[in-house]
Ligand binder design. Structure first.
Ligand code: IPE
Ligand code: IPE
Ligand code: MG
Length: 236
């Protein structure tokens, strides 16, 4: 069966939550949970490729997460750097294009160089696009889009601004809006994620903590999505 008949979402997005609680339950430091969470990223990416998802986006670090203790922030950035170094061959083998979106000005030069290297190396991969949202927040995105749009279009252009035009200034320009948003760990909130882009997204909340969320849990979310009836405000 092709993807349309199986009702596979084109774009799946995930708020990967619960690493700290997972570690705490094991009597470990929070960072232990973040390291375990990387295994889930690997497994879910593989499952998404297998299922024919075209875009997999992951909320890895919010603008608000900069307010966590310095040691946790720096470990998260180091884990990110390590994972990028290790995963290049797997991404290439699976045809995965790697993209980072967010307020990259706040990232270190070293991390930005690593990101550019991986994005460049995988730019020709066409099977799936993996987007990692790093130092991202929905309000930040809308604000930066408004500033750039105003600078480019001027007062008259802004007065006649369309939704389609505005979307071109968001960091997600050219990427279809998420069809399905998964949040793990039992929290049922958006935490300043893709505010504009989730206008008609289907939400799926799982009680499973992110380090325990693997292929089977991901497939269950896709199954639940396949039964949703998306009406977009119309009558069916
Ligand atoms: C998600 O896990 C990872 C990030 C936000 C970086 P948390 O670190 O938020 O884990 P909990 O929610 O405290 O359990
Ligand atoms: C949301 O998780 C951000 C990411 C998963 C990167 P948080 O753990 O930061 O969200 P809150 O604080 O519980 O809303
Ligand atoms: Mg959390």
């Amino acid at each position: 069966m092709d993807n349309k008949n199986r009702n596979i979402p084109v774009h799946v997005s995930i708020i990967m939550d619960g690493n700290g609680r997972w570690a705490k339950a094991r009597g470990q430091q929070r960072v232990y949970g973040h390291a375990a969470g990387i295994e889930s990223v690997r497994a879910v990416t593989e499952a998404a490729v297998e299922e024919g998802v075209e875009y997999l986006s992951l909320y890895a670090f919010s603008e608000e997460n900069w307010n966590r203790p310095e040691s946790e922030v720096s470990t998260l950035m180091d884990l990110m750097m390590d994972a990028m170094k290790k995963e290049l061959p797997t991404l290439m083998d699976n045809g995965v294009r790697f993209v980072v979106l967010g307020n990259r000005k706040r990232l270190s030069d070293r991390l930005n160089e690593g990101i550019d290297f991986l994005m460049e190396k995988t730019s020709g991969c066409e099977r799936m696009t993996m987007i990692v949202f790093l130092s991202y927040s929905g309000k930040w995105d809308i604000c930066q889009a408004a500033s750039r749009a105003a600078a480019q279009l001027g007062p008259e252009g802004m007065a006649n601004l369309t939704q389609e035009q505005f979307g071109q200034y968001l960091v997600t320009a050219g990427i279809p809006d998420p069809d399905l948003l998964i949040r793990t760990s039992g929290e049922e909130r958006i935490s300043n994620y893709l505010l504009w882009q989730c206008a008609y997204t289907e939400f799926y909340f799982s009680p499973v903590l992110w380090p325990d969320f693997r292929k089977e849990e991901f497939r269950e979310a896709l199954r639940a999505y396949s039964e949703r009836d998306r009406r977009y405000g119309k009558v069916k």
